[in-house]
Ligand binder design. Structure first.
Ligand SMILES: [Zn+2]
Length: 249
């Protein structure tokens, strides 16, 4: 197996310099493998709830620019009490049934899905795996690793590199980019603030979902989202006036 390594840095949508040692194709393949494994672990739900989740997710992904390379997304609702959701490189979105008890309406669900899709669009998984490679091997070695070592690095076993926790900075970035994305899709951005407040209450003492594990404290998160409303609210109003008014379940 040959894995192409791209030397150097790219720039995040927020203008931040990012390390990207791996190709997007390699990350997409990792996303596909991780999605297959997660799908094998937990039963998939069909029916009204699944249609509702797809309706919200489809409205969000319709706003993903074609230049991102992600034109097709698979959406799946998993039959699990877990309060969680994820999106993976390659265009995969998973929502766990338990989340629907906390994200109370389509706007709040859109806030979560927008956040997760923003991680993918900002190439956070590549950055995270690249930083891990750099820490473990050093730059020169990381750029000349053989396929086997890279395979183990990317976690071609039970644990996939694309599922490692995000950094606080990445979480903040996904919050603001996700807010813009949901607003462009015609979902009320104010709902993101309600959602994160609900989430804070719902997950206290429980297993921390993806977005809570390394996230800046909730007060800071709410403040950042409040600031971003100055950008997201006009995007929302434009979406509404252009006829993007999702009405999901
Ligand atoms: Zn996150």
């Amino acid at each position: 197996m040959t894995i192409a390594l791209l030397a150097g840095c790219v720039t995040s949508p927020e203008g931040r310099s990012q390390l990207a040692l791996f190709s997007n194709q390699e990350l997409d393949a990792q996303g596909a493998a991780a999605f297959a494994e997660l799908s094998a672990q937990t039963p998939t739900l069909q029916g009204a709830q699944a249609n509702y989740v797809s309706c919200v997710a489809d409205a969000i992904t319709a706003q993903v620019p074609a230049s991102s390379g992600y034109t097709q997304w698979q959406v799946r609702l998993f039959d699990s009490d877990e309060v969680n959701a994820f999106a993976l490189p390659g265009g995969y979105i998973g929502v766990y049934r338990g989340l629907l008890g906390v994200a109370a309406d389509q706007n709040q669900l859109a806030a979560v899905i927008g956040h997760e899709v923003a991680h993918v669009l900002a190439h956070h998984a590549n950055e995270r795996v690249s930083n891990t490679a750099l820490t473990q091997y050093g730059l020169g070695v990381a750029q000349s690793l053989g396929g086997e070592q890279l395979g183990s690095l990317l976690g071609l076993g039970a644990q996939y590199g694309v599922l490692l926790p995000y950094s606080r900075r990445q979480e903040s970035e996904a919050d603001v980019l996700g807010l813009d994305l949901m607003a462009r899709a015609g979902f009320e951005p104010q709902a993101a603030i309600t959602l994160w407040n609900n989430m804070e209450r719902a997950t206290q003492g429980a297993t921390q979902p993806e977005w809570a594990s390394t996230h800046p404290d909730s007060q800071r998160r709410i403040a950042e989202l409040q600031n971003r409303l100055a950008i997201a609210e006009p995007l929302y109003r434009a979406a509404q006036s252009e006829g993007r008014r999702p009405s999901c379940g």
